[in-house]
Each structure stands twice: as structure tokens, then as C-alpha cells.
Design a protein around this ligand. Structure first.
Ligand code: ADE
Length: 234
């Protein structure tokens, strides 16, 4: 997997590559990562990458030329090009899993007010991380890269992502570690029993209960068994 990020602020991504799990994965060459500052591609003599909007209005609009020339310089027939925008499809775990299987992802990060609308014609996918507006696509891109990179084989233990929230359509079951009792709060007995089948059943039920309580909307997309429905209704 290779990730190329087109951004006016490549330094934004340094902490991601310098920290923790993603840093170790990078050191093991489990992925390639590059940033391209599309300002370097502008033909505007003062180095500008944006201009005033046709029709008037506040703020500036990123121009086609620098972004699309930068894109042309890195794109191959096997690249998937993603534009970060609050107008895009909302990023979810399923999308993270699909994107983690791609050979080359190119992210276009805007900054300031917005893009020239024609840029959208050159991308494969427009993605939002939620219904709010950031100062630029970089923050969104970092979130998406983190979610994708941890799904690449070898980045974390495979089992760790198996039971992730959302991977089976449910929120993750509750987890506990030592001590068995903390300030009077005890770890559920079944988790100390060593009985694997009972533990699996408990965890599945807890995932259902937690999802019904915190994110009931997720249950609408699931075809629950009669038994699971009883747990949700209880
Ligand atoms: N750029 C600005 N806001 C954004 C959002 N919510 N998601 C993706 N890109 C963005």
C-alpha cells in the first residue's frame, strides 16, 4: 500500500508517522507514505494556488491547475483518488476496510474556503468524516489514514481488529483488565471463568446491549436472529 497526500501543509502528517503503531509499521515498511505540496505545481507567478470566486462572495477558491497538475504527476491507472470534503460519503469502518486493500491511495486535501467545483470530476471518491467543517482536509485525511493503516496485515495483531466496533455491525463488547475489583466495581464473573463458549456468548450479548443503548441506528442495518432480538428487547 502506498499513500500519497496532496496538501499545502505536508508537515501536518509528520506526527502520524512519528508516533506509536503507525511509526512502527512505517519502520517495518508495511506501507509507503509521501506528501506532495501542490503549491510547487502552480504556474501563477506569485505562487498563489487560489483565487476569488466567480459570482462574488467571501473567501478564496482553490484553482484547478496546481492541484490537477500535481495529481497528474503522481496518478497511475491503479491509483484511487479521494477528495476530502464535507460534501462526500461519510467515512465508515467498511470504507476503511475496502480502502486498506487498495494498492495506491491519493488524498486531495483542500484548505481555506473550498475547491473549484471542476476538481471533483477528476476524483474516484469524495469522503467526509462527519457533518462538521474543518479548516482543511488534512485533519480528515489523518483520521482516515490511521483507520486504514491499522487494517493492513501486520500493523496490529489481526485478532485485535476482528472484534473492532463496527466490523460486525455492532459496537465492541466491554473489556476489562486487572484488578478483578476496583473501588468496589467487579469484573463480570464469566470473564474470570475461563469458559470460552460462555465468554463468547456474554461478549456477543454485551455488544448487542451496548449497541442498542448507544447506537440503536446501527441495528436497523442488521438481520438479527430471534435470540439476538430477545437480548436487544430485554
Ligand atoms: N474538509 C473540511 N471539513 C471536512 C470534513 N468534515 N470531512 C472531510 N474533509 C473536510
Amino acid at each position: 500500500m502506498k499513500i500519497t497526500v496532496l496538501s499545502l501543509f505536508p508537515e501536518y502528517f509528520e506526527p502520524l508517522l512519528r508516533t506509536s503503531i503507525i511509526k512502527r509499521a512505517k519502520e517495518k515498511d508495511l506501507f509507503e507514505f509521501e506528501t506532495v505540496n501542490f503549491r510547487e505545481f502552480t504556474k501563477e507567478k506569485h505562487g498563489h494556488v487560489d483565487d476569488t470566486p466567480y459570482g462574488g462572495g467571501a473567501g478564496m477558491v482553490l484553482s484547478c491547475q496546481p492541484i490537477l497538475d500535481a495529481l497528474k504527476s503522481v496518478r497511475t491507472p491503479r491509483s484511487k483518488v479521494i477528495l476530502l470534503t464535507p460534501q462526500g460519503d461519510v467515512f465508515q469502518q467498511k470504507m476503511a476496510l475496502d480502502l486498506s486493500k487498495e494498492e495506491h491511495l491519493i488524498f486531495l486535501c483542500g484548505h481555506y474556503e473550498g475547491f473549484d467545483e471542476r476538481i471533483r470530476d477528476y476524483v474516484d471518491l469524495q469522503v467526509s468524516i462527519g457533518d462538521f467543517v474543518l479548516t482543511g482536509g488534512e485533519g480528515a485525511c489523518m483520521v482516515i489514514c490511521d483507520a486504514i493503516l491499522r487494517l493492513i496485515p501486520g500493523v496490529i495483531k489481526q485478532e485485535s481488529s476482528h472484534d473492532d466496533s463496527f466490523s460486525n455491525g455492532l459496537l465492541e463488547y466491554p473489556q476489562y483488565t486487572k484488578p478483578p475489583v476496583y473501588e468496589g466495581k467487579a469484573v463480570p464473573e464469566v470473564l474470570l471463568s475461563g469458559h470460552h463458549a460462555n465468554i463468547a456468548k456474554y461478549r456477543h450479548e454485551q455488544a448487542l446491549i451496548k449497541t442498542a443503548k448507544n447506537r440503536p441506528d446501527l441495528l436497523n442495518d442488521l438481520d438479527l436472529s430471534e435470540q439476538d432480538q430477545k437480548v436487544v428487547d430485554s
